[in-house]
Design a protein around this ligand. Structure first.
Ligand code: IMP
Length: 446
């Protein structure tokens, strides 16, 4: 039994929800460790599509506890809607637990989020972040500033009123805030309804690990949107890295057995910020159409481009990845050649292989150097059926060599493969295609 961390390795939307759902079948606890309703984890069940925003994907499985962990920022009203929707569809099968330490997103945080992004844009159109406008940045800012409300506060009306009063004192400049008393009453009501789900989650997880039960830490967003190590300032306000998953759950690093990085066979980004392998022409449109690349939370069209090995090497080292899950390989099926960026060249003639620059402006200048790899056939139903029956042996040879190449270049073996949206369209490569003797430590020779 084990503690496993799943993180996104690009700019989000790598089909983490699908991989986490697959791994949740072996888990006793699934824990969301950061972010909030900015996430949209899509899971295709036989009953239909489910998009989870604030709940861990474990809530969809019998016998699993889905924990919304202490590193999250939760919008209680939206959370209630999510719970009600799952209940109505009879899909709420696991137990739901909400950390008492998770911070609360208030309506005023959503107002502030939109107001701040507009302010940035007015000062400098290039500074627009294109946030999801779910109040993430302002809620994390109040957490760090020690003005925030936490889930436990919602169950104590007197504490709630006192904290809200202080918080309002800091928001005088924000236009359109709801009346304080009205908000306090509303929050107390929601808090009363959610109270049975709110409890300390870290001792629950420590005890589970001590009993030898499996815990899966489900990262949201992605390493390249990390507040410190992503493309600052075009990032989210949490830490979607393996280190962040520990802070966001309260589990110690000594308990971690595996860190799985999820990457699509190509790349997408939603919102602003540098994206060296972006294809703005018809090829980008092709990826968007075939891959269904539209934001699960905001419905925005995603920017599309090619797999970027410099980014994957960086993410492998930053997170100590032990394996890859490569998803959506079916989207590229039928292309004669698959472009992959193997490194960048900068205007001064220097080369980047695996250490991304700290300045987003420098990354924006990086020119990807492509290799054209041999494409693989379309994933028609007959091929999918053979893969279900025969496993990795049924994979087209060119796809196998693509996956081997990713493993060799990053020093991390590919162990999971997503070849369609369905719950049964994930393959575990029992013998990883690339045997790397030194794991992630062999990555990145500069
Ligand atoms: P925020 O997290 O709403 O503050 O948005 C900051 C940046 O992160 C924006 O570019 C968003 O589009 C991006 N972002 C946040 N959450 C996700 C996600 O779950 N998938 C992809 N992009 C995201």
């Amino acid at each position: 039994m084990s503690v496993r961390i799943v993180i996104g390795a690009q700019f989000g939307d790598e089909a983490k929800g699908k991989i986490t759902d697959y791994l949740a079948a072996d888990a006793r606890y699934v824990v969301r460790t950061g972010g909030g309703p900015n996430a949209g984890h899509s899971i295709h069940l036989p009953e239909g599509l489910v998009v989870l925003h604030q709940l861990a994907s474990g809530v969809l499985r019998h016998g699993v506890t889905g924990v919304s962990g202490p590193g999250m920022v939760l919008n209680p009203s939206r959370l209630e809607e999510e719970l009600e929707d799952l209940e109505r569809r009879q899909l709420l099968r696991g137990e739901v637990v909400l950390s008492d330490r998770a911070h609360v997103i208030l309506p005023l945080h959503e107002i502030e989020d939109a107001w701040e992004d507009e302010l940035r844009t007015q000062r400098d159109p290039a500074a627009n972040l294109g946030t999801t406008r779910r109040g993430i940045g302002p809620a994390y800012a109040d957490r760090a500033g020690r003005w925030g409300l936490r889930m436990a506060d919602l169950t104590r009306p007197a504490v709630l009123r006192a904290r809200l009063d202080l918080l309002y004192a800091t928001k005088a400049q924000v236009p359109g805030l709801p009346p304080q008393e009205e908000l306090a009453a509303q929050l107390s009501e929601v808090g009363g309804r959610l109270a049975p789900l709110i409890r300390p989650t870290e001792p629950m997880l420590w005890d589970a690990v001590a009993r030898g039960e499996s815990v899966l830490l489900e990262g949201a967003q992605s390493a390249l949107l990390d507040l410190d190590f992503g493309t600052y300032p075009f990032v989210t306000s949490s830490h979607p890295t393996s280190a962040g998953a520990l802070v966001g759950s309260g589990l110690p690093p000594t308990e971690v057995d595996e860190v799985i990085g999820v990457a699509k066979a190509y790349a997408t980004r939603v919102g602003a910020g540098p994206f060296p392998t972006e294809e703005s022409g018809p090829l980008g449109e092709f990826l968007r159409r075939v891959g269904g690349e539209r934001g699960a939370t905001t419905g925005r069209a995603r920017r599309c481009g090619w797999l970027d090995l410099a980014m994957l090497r960086y993410v492998a080292r930053l997170n100590g990845l032990t394996s890859w899950a490569i998803t959506k390989v079916d989207v590229l099926g039928g292309l004669e050649q698959v472009p992959v960026s193997v490194r960048y060249e900068l205007p001064d003639g220097s080369t980047i292989r695996d250490v991304l620059p700290s300045q987003a402006e420098d990354l924006a200048q990086a020119r990807p150097v492509y290799e054209q790899l041999e494409g693989w056939p379309e994933f028609h139903e007959r091929l999918k059926e053979r893969i279900r029956r025969e496993g990795a042996a049924a994979l087209p040879a060119s796809l196998r060599s693509f996956l081997e190449r990713v493993g060799r270049e990053t020093g991390v073996p590919v162990e999971y493969l997503g070849y369609g949206p369905g719950r049964d369209e994930t393959l575990r490569l029992n013998v990883p295609l690339t045997q790397t003797t030194r794991g992630h430590r062999s990555a990145g020779s500069g």
